[in-house]
Each structure stands twice: as C-alpha cells, then as structure tokens.
Design a binder for this molecule. Structure first.
Ligand code: SF4
Length: 325
C-alpha cells in the first residue's frame, strides 16, 4: 500500500513561478510514489478573502487547469475542491471542540499575518481557527505525510498536537502522527526582490502572455550597485541571477562571467532570462489553452476527485463518531 500524502493550495489568484518552484515540482515527484490527495482549499481562501468571495470561485477552475497543465495527473492523484467534501467542516468542528484557544493564539503564522496584512480585517473567529481546519484537511484522509517547507513546520506540529489530543481524550490510537516531508525548494523572490506574493503583484504567472513576461522581466530588480554598463555586477546579490539558477542552471557560470566582467548590460541579461522563461512556460501554456477550451472536462475531473475523496472522508467521519459517541 502506498502511503497517503495530502497537500493543498488556496485559490486566491493565478499560479505563478513561485508555486512551481515551491510546490508543484515536488507534487510531480510525489504523485509517482504516494497516493496523493491535492485539495483546492476554498474554505481557507474564504477565511482571508471573505470580501472577494466571487473571485475565489473563478480561481478554482483556473487553479485546476494550471495544476493539470503542469503535469498533476488526475489518473494518479485525487484532485478535488475542499468545499465539495463537507466532511472537512465536520472534522473541523470536532477538532474545534478539543483545541485549546492558547494553541491558536500562540501560532506564529497567525500573529505574523495579523501584523503584516493591513488590507483586510483578519481579527475573526474563522481566521484564528485556520490551523484547526488545516488539521482536519490532513487527518480526514489520515494522511501519513505532508510536503512542506521548513518555515511551515509549526503548522504540521499543531496538526500533530490536535490529533494526539484527540487520541488522548478519547483513549484511542485512531490517528497516527502525520510526518512532514521536508522539501528543499530554492527560494525565489518576487520580481522586486520582496517575498513573491499576489498582493505585491511581483510575480510571473503561468498564464502570462509572452509580452507580459518580457515586460515583467524588464522591470526586475537587479544588483543596485551596478549603475552603469561598465560597472561589474554582483550576480550573487542579484535577483535575476537567482532566476537563472532555478530555470537555467546550466547558464549560471556564463551569467557570472558576463556580469562580473561587465560584458553584458542588465537589460540584455533580463531579456535573455525572459526568453528562457517563455520557453520554460511554453508547453504549460499550450496545454493550458487546450484545457481552457474544455472546462466541462475540468469540472468532470473535480467531480471525480470529489467522489474519491468523499469515500475516504465519510469512512473517517463514521469511524471518528464511533470513537467519540
Ligand atoms: Fe543581475 Fe544580470 Fe545585471 Fe548581473 S548582468 S546585475 S546578473 S541583471
């Protein structure tokens, strides 16, 4: 029996290069070795974007198209929408009853987001309970593992604590500890050198047309000490170079050479990168436009995913109720 892996994304906007590097590349590998369940977690999106709820619905199909275009295979993995499987909320409710408030209030991500995000009011009951729904998402499928970056370790720890508390309260060993599959992901900053984020509008999206990719690449933040063409640059400190490292590692030495010896200007360097990114994304965009013509098929895939996910989810909830009542 293959082990179960659960992972998810919030449908809050278009997928960008950061998603490829940070998650989808890992998913492609995982789907060959595990039973993968990939969720489009729209309830999570609503927790933060409750005032833009219409956009969430539009983003769901878009996200499924991006995943499939990139190679996530519905024949190998379950692809589904969280709100289509109501058992997620049922388990969230059960976990809510046993999760101490202090665990949620101390959650570093919660505190950071309250501090950083000023455009939305996140002082809500739902947002505080975000990790409880996350734990429910994972444990509903009794997932053995979740692929995460090191910065997300506290999330998985909270999931473990909640499921262990369930076991303790109800004197059971129903839930096994869920492991983290620590994924080594190269850190890709946004085009302006800040964290890559939809809210900063500093990312190249999978669906961007060529012209847009060129425009965005041209405006990329570079080594601030390289002012004139004749100034030697510092590729190790340049965000453009880090994109080469990820998308064209074979060119890294060449870039270092032309940069440190001031043989090429930054605009040329960025335009070469733009062409590399366009080539990299071309097959995905071609597949994407094919899939876009047949949105009925995407809906079918999501419905098929719902059915498969719900078989597992219903069984878990029935068994949990037997443990509790
Ligand atoms: Fe960055 Fe390229 Fe300019 Fe060097 S030449 S500073 S790597 S953009």
């Amino acid at each position: 029996m293959k082990r179960i892996v659960f992972s998810a994304m919030r449908p809050t906007g278009k997928l960008h290069l950061g998603h490829l590097v940070g998650a989808l590349n890992n998913w492609l590998e995982l789907q060959n070795n595990y039973n993968c369940i990939f969720g489009i977690v729209d309830w999570h999106a609503l927790m933060g974007e409750y005032a833009q709820s219409k956009e969430i619905q539009e983003n769901i199909v878009d996200m499924a198209i991006d995943w499939i275009a990139y190679g996530i295979d519905p024949e190998k993995s379950i692809i589904f929408v969280q709100s289509h499987v109501p058992e997620h909320l049922e388990l969230q409710m059960i976990f809510s009853c046993i999760t101490p408030l202090g665990w949620l209030e101390r959650n570093p991500t919660y505190k950071e987001q309250l501090r950083e995000i000023k455009t939305r009011d996140l002082q809500t009951y739902g947002f505080l309970g975000y990790p409880v729904l996350q734990a429910a998402d994972i444990m509903l499928y009794r997932a053995n593992a979740v692929p995460i970056g090191e910065d997300q370790l506290p999330h998985i720890e909270l999931t473990r604590e909640i499921s262990r508390r369930f076991n303790h309260i109800y004197k059971t060993n129903f839930f096994a500890d869920c492991e983290a599959i620590l994924t080594k992901t190269p850190r890709l900053l946004g085009l302006d050198g800040r964290k890559m984020s939809k809210s900063y509008q500093n990312a190249i999206n999978l669906s961007d047309p060529e012209k847009e990719i060129k425009k965005k690449a041209k405006n990329m933040f570079t080594d601030p000490k390289r002012i004139k063409l004749a100034d030697p640059g510092h590729p190790n400190k340049c965000n453009v170079c880090s994109y080469y490292e990820v998308f064209a590692p074979e060119k890294k030495n060449e870039v270092h050479e032309w940069c440190t010896k001031a043989q090429k200007g930054c605009t040329d360097c960025k335009m070469i990168l733009a062409d590399i990114l366009i080539d990299y994304l071309a097959p995905i965009r071609a597949r994407r436009s094919e899939l876009e013509k047949d949105k009925g098929r995407i809906q079918d895939i999501l419905e098929e995913g719902r059915k498969k996910a719900q078989v597992i989810a219903k069984k878990t909830i029935a068994e949990i109720k037997e443990v509790i009542f």
